[in-house]
Design a protein around this ligand. Structure first.
Ligand code: FES
Length: 238
């Protein structure tokens, strides 16, 4: 594997040629917000919070899906980026009903945390306030579309790690929805193994364990690296 050199915020750094910018940026100790990215599952560049400026490109690029290149010059916190990240966060908050005060994830929510870090204390756009359903048909878990930011972590972990592909996404734009079992109630779905991986990776209160009250739900991410490392070491044989 070859090594490339590039500049990040005017500092010369080296990276493996198969790395994505986000990984290299974080290796430099630079804090960059992400919501759809999660270590252990594929990246799709959906939330756009990890945007960076690359010299010579007019477009802002999602660093989680942009491969490193020899000689590139990358900026992570320019005035333009800070402005756009804040705007993206406000749009996310205005699209659905993120009423933190009555959410099971209040105080533990990644969306809430990143919004606070970006200094978002109000939203300049009209709230869409959609009338969205809640699927509580599953015996263990609930899917609340009002809190969903369509990061698709749940879809990817269910497909790539659990291998069930119970969850998917339907529709376009503001009509996009997470669906279970080809748009049947989750509780009627025979492919769901009830593993709860989707619930644990969800950054907001869109997926939660039944019985959780306001602010009670906390997500555990450590299981993912434990499973993936164990599989790599072939710790489990059947
Ligand atoms: Fe890169 Fe979401 S983390 S687009």
């Amino acid at each position: 594997m070859s090594v490339v050199t590039l500049h990040i915020n005017d500092e010369l750094v080296s990276a493996r040629s198969d790395q994505k910018l986000l990984e290299v940026i974080r290796e430099q100790g630079i804090d960059i917000p992400t919501l759809c990215h999660m270590e252990g599952i594929s990246d799709l560049g959906g939330c756009r919070l990890c945007l960076v400026e690359v010299q010579g490109s007019n477009r802002l690029l999602a660093s989680c899906v942009t491969p490193v290149q020899e000689g590139m010059s990358v900026y992570t916190h320019s005035e333009r980026l800070v402005k756009y990240r804040r705007m993206i966060m406000e749009l996310l908050l205005s699209e659905r009903n993120h009423t933190c005060a009555v959410c099971v994830m209040n105080g533990h929510c990644e969306l809430q945390y990143e919004a606070a870090k970006l200094g978002v204390d109000h939203v300049r756009y009209d709230y869409l306030s959609p009338d969205l359903p809640i699927d509580a048909s599953h015996s263990n878990f609930t899917l609340d579309h009002n809190r969903c930011i369509l990061c698709l972590r749940c879809v990817r972990v269910c497909d790539e790690v659990e291998g069930a592909h119970t969850l998917d996404v339907m529709g376009r734009g503001t009509n996009s929805r997470i669906i279970t079992a080809l748009n049947r109630p989750w509780g009627k779905c025979i492919s769901c193994t009830k593993c709860g991986k989707c619930v644990q990776v969800c950054p907001t209160g869109a997926l939660f364990e039944k019985g959780s009250s306001v602010g009670e739900m906390e997500k555990r991410h450590a299981f993912l690296s434990w499973i993936l490392n164990g599989r790599e070491r072939k710790e489990w044989h059947w």
